[in-house]
Design a protein around this ligand. Structure first.
Ligand code: HEC
Ligand code: HEC
Length: 218
């Protein structure tokens, strides 16, 4: 009797510490990397690189994959609730959910729920990639306005996105206008801040503006 309850106590402690390890790993860099890898291996072909439902296979599907970057899709659901919904998908495109190991599916879903910003319809990952491709050479990797090209520019220096003077809240439209039409057309600013509207869609401009917010907090 005594040893029996001793054993179950040990089992309970082991189970607890195991789930503590699993939880600790979930938020870790290694856990996040693994989740991103699972997503790109098993899900991105249909759901798209950023989760917009526009993967290379999407046009050949009869149902359209949802847009995970629209916070309205997530609608406050947890990863577990989404996993439950998928568990019943034994036919159709999401049959993939029933053949994956449970923890692999959990990783992929944990990743999906990070693809939207609460209350918005933007992709931070897309914004980050746009910034890394087009903007950092002047504005700097960390947004401090000290990119490698900055010292060769005449006139106004590239805006320092980390400074308190650079305000985004309430100026989203104005900032999007500058990115789309260039600083010269937008506020008689420097012609070296080019118009990007022919390279970037309005959605991509909203994505990069959202990314600029993250530079402020660094
Ligand atoms: C073969 C294409 C394809 C693959 C691969 C795929 N999906 Fe899907 N997925 C879809 C389609 C299409 C829908 C929309 C289904 C519908 O509306 O009936 C969908 C819907 C979903 C949903 C929405 C369920 C809900 O309740 O809103 C989630 C979550 C999801 N997929 C996750 C994943 C994950 C995670 C992976 C990778 C492990 C994955 N999908 C792989 C095509 C795919
Ligand atoms: C060739 C250098 C260069 C590149 C590349 C560049 N910018 Fe700029 N940017 C500038 C300069 C210079 C200014 C300052 C303009 C002024 O004050 O007259 C500026 C200003 C801005 C502003 C300030 C607008 C405001 O209202 O305060 C934003 C936002 C901005 N850039 C975003 C971007 C984004 C997003 C990209 C990439 C798509 C980008 N820039 C690429 C040089 C650059």
């Amino acid at each position: 009797m005594r040893s029996g309850s001793g054993v179950s106590w040990v089992v309970a402690v082991l189970a607890l510490s195991w789930s503590a390890v699993a939880l600790a790993e979930e938020g870790s860099e290694a856990g996040k990397e693994r989740a991103a890898e699972v997503y790109s291996t098993f899900c991105a072909s249909c759901h798209g690189r950023y989760g917009r439902g526009d993967g290379p296979l999407a046009p050949s599907l009869t149902a359209r994959p949802p847009d995970f970057t629209d916070s309205a899709w997530l609608a406050g659901r947890s990863g577990d609730q989404i996993a439950m919904a998928l568990a019943g998908a034994s036919h159709g495109p999401m049959a993939v959910a029933t053949v994956l190991e449970q923890d692999v599916l959990r990783d992929a879903i944990a990743y999906i729920v990070t693809l939207s910003v609460p209350g918005k319809h933007v992709s931070l990952l897309a914004g980050r990639d746009i910034y890394a491709a087009l903007c950092w050479v002047c504005h700097g990797e960390r947004g401090d306005g000290k990119g490698p090209a900055a010292k060769n520019l005449t006139g106004a220096p590239p805006r320092d996105f980390t400074s308190a003077e650079f305000v985004i809240d309430g100026r989203e439209e104005q900032i999007a206008d500058t990115i789309s039409h260039g600083a010269a057309a937008s506020f008689h600013g420097s012609p070296l801040m080019l118009p990007w509207g022919s390279h970037l869609s309005p959605q991509q401009i909203r994505d990069v503006v959202e990314y600029l917010r993250t530079l402020k907090t660094r």
